[in-house]
Design a binder for this molecule. Structure first.
Ligand code: IPE
Ligand code: IPE
Ligand code: MG
Length: 239
């Protein structure tokens, strides 16, 4: 299952996925958009298992953006309930796999209390795990994250000469999260849609036409093969 050409000694440390195309997947089969979100669960778990199997240490997935509140109320409601039920049904399984669950996003804005409670329970349950950190970006916006960090720095009275990139990173939603090495977006859209703006400054970007519900670990491995063929220079020169 793991392609022989995949170099296990240079697997990206942090992979991030914009799980996009659920609605179009459903519509293509004459189903409701919400069925597409439900079908995305299998893709997510296959990607998690596949990432863990090759030693990816950080996997971050975009589950709900600060802009997704613009969708019809029924879809928003479905997504809140669905994410809550996914945590209830599957956090023990993730715990058994040694996965640490974290959330990135605005906690004090719009997300129902009962969903926040389940999120907190999943974080607590898995907090000592060290196989892989799964960060679920939920009610997440990259601009909101930077604004929230700046506000908190001002509130803490951080002096201007202490404002550095390192310092700002300590105020992001997940201060220990490393930069993203590989960002994958499914569904043929070539944009970031406000995902991890700070953390993707030097990420390799990989776009695939596969719709998220069809995504499997093989697609992840294909993306990593392409990643491994890239030349990352970080502004310098590779000799
Ligand atoms: C991604 O699928 C999931 C969320 C944004 C919650 P979409 O719902 O955006 O699916 P498309 O892009 O409309 O096909
Ligand atoms: C990004 O997808 C958000 C998630 C996958 C959760 P969208 O479907 O919301 O992005 P746009 O609207 O196509 O840019
Ligand atoms: Mg979309």
């Amino acid at each position: 299952m793991i392609p022989e050409a995949l170099d296990l000694s240079s697997v990206p440390n942090h992979v991030a996925c914009v799980m996009d195309g659920n609605g179009r997947w459903a519509q293509a089969q004459g189903l409701e958009r919400t069925e597409g979100h439900a079908a995305g669960e299998e893709a997510l778990f296959d990607a998690i298992e596949g990432a863990k199997a090759i030693g990816v240490k950080w996997l971050t997935v975009f589950a709900f953006s600060t802009e997704n509140w613009k969708r019809p109320p029924e879809e928003v409601k479905f997504l809140m309930n669905f994410n809550e039920s996914l945590l209830v049904r599957r956090s023990h399984e993730l715990n058994d796999m040694g996965i640490q669950i974290r959330f990135a996003g605005r906690k004090n804005w719009r997300v129902p209390q009962r969903v926040l409670r389940k999120m907190d329970e999943a974080v607590q349950l898995t907090r000592n795990n060290s196989e892989m950190t799964l960060t679920i970006a939920f009610n997440y916006g990259g601009r909101a994250e930077i604004i929230d960090a700046v506000k908190q720095m001002l509130e803490d009275g951080v002096p201007i000469d202490r404002i550095t990139e390192r310092k700002l990173e300590r105020y992001l939603y997940e201060p220990t999260m490393p930069d993203v090495d590989l960002l994958i977006r499914t569904s043929g859209e070539h944009r970031l849609s406000n995902f991890l703006l700070w953390q993707v400054a030097y990420s390799e970007l990989l776009f695939t036409d596969t719709l998220w519900p069809d995504f499997r670990r093989k697609d992840l491995y294909d993306a990593i093969l392409e990643y491994q063929a890239r030349d990352r220079r970080f502004g310098g020169l590779n000799r």
